[in-house]
Design a protein around this ligand. Structure first.
Ligand code: GLU
Length: 291
């Protein structure tokens, strides 16, 4: 598995980086070009958002490096947040015109379907099942599922050791489904990964599982008690959620992120968040066409 080796390398680097900046990414944000002259077809979602002068973006706020909000701050930070700023800026919307709406894994689809948010950027893996009910543009990042265990636990080294173990993950995530269906774990479902981490720290569960990029942030916050083990055992392709059927909007999101990948803003965003230690930034993934 080529991606497993790359992720393992990335894992070590992330641990250092997030520990160094206190887990939250240090508040760095990339300078984005707010395109005040952008023109869109009338009636398009882009034109409507531009006219409204506001976009509502669903994000996580408890995942260091990805979407994280410090207790004292009103603005979240992380790689997902940077992607949101880039998408908004392409429609002429600056940071103060973005409303960050807190999402959990389980309400991402309903939030898009009901219009609670205009887009979701929340460690949201692209799956065929999800694409039946919402649109997902991307991937803008690829990671893989791993395990977080107590630092002194040598009984769990990978997913094959999970049979019969109590494993915490989040309801509505790909992570909980994978450990239950493929590895015979006894899952405990919570609303957020931070709740799972507390369960692990209190000894109520044997492991927490989700994407490596998420787990490394938690391990970095409590390195004496927590560690990430094993190679990634899934491929999680992060996408931007939008209302199903809005192909024009999908094209806009894809083109805007592609431009950021081409002009270096995507790499700047990675470096300022997940890649804080100065580790090599990955090659941007190839994005899917909008159908
Ligand atoms: N990326 C996975 C998912 O979308 C796990 C992380 C999360 O729950 O946000 O389900």
């Amino acid at each position: 598995m080529r991606y497993a080796k790359t992720k393992a390398l990335l894992a070590g680097a992330l641990l250092v980086s997030l520990a160094a900046c206190g887990g939250g990414g240090g508040g760095s944000t990339v300078k984005v070009d707010v395109n005040k002259d952008a023109k869109f077809p009338s009636g398009s979602t882009m034109a409507k958002l531009q006219d409204a002068g506001k976009i509502k973006i669903g994000v996580k706020i408890d995942q260091p490096g990805i979407g994280f909000k410090d207790a004292g701050s009103d603005v979240p930070e992380g790689f997902d947040i940077e992607m949101g700023r880039i998408v908004a800026a392409g429609m002429g919307l600056s940071d103060d015109q973005i409303e960050w709406v807190t999402t959990i894994s389980d309400n991402r689809e309903p939030f898009l379907q009901k219009g609670t948010v205009d887009i979701v950027i929340a460690s949201y893996s692209i799956t065929d099942e999800r694409r039946q009910i919402v649109g997902q543009a991307g991937p803008y990042y690829v990671t893989g599922q791993q395990l977080l265990v107590a630092a002194d636990d040598d009984s769990i080294k990978g997913p094959d050791d999970l049979d019969g173990k109590k494993v915490c993950s989040v309801t509505g995530s790909t992570s909980i489904e994978t450990v239950e269906k493929e590895y015979g774990a006894n899952p405990a479902g919570f609303d957020s990964y931070s709740e799972c981490v507390t369960q692990l720290q209190n000894g109520n569960v044997d492991a927490v599982t989700t994407d490596g990029a998420i787990l490394l942030g938690y391990a970095a916050q409590d390195p004496d008690n927590l560690k990430v083990v094993g190679d990634p055992f899934s491929e999680e392709r992060y996408g931007v959620g939008y209302k199903k059927g809005d192909t024009e909007f999908c094209q806009y999101i894809t083109d805007t992120i592609q431009k950021a990948m081409d002009d270096g803003k995507w790499a700047d965003a990675f470096k300022a968040t997940l890649g804080k230690s100065g580790v090599d930034t990955p090659e941007p993934p190839k994005m899917d066409p909008c159908e």
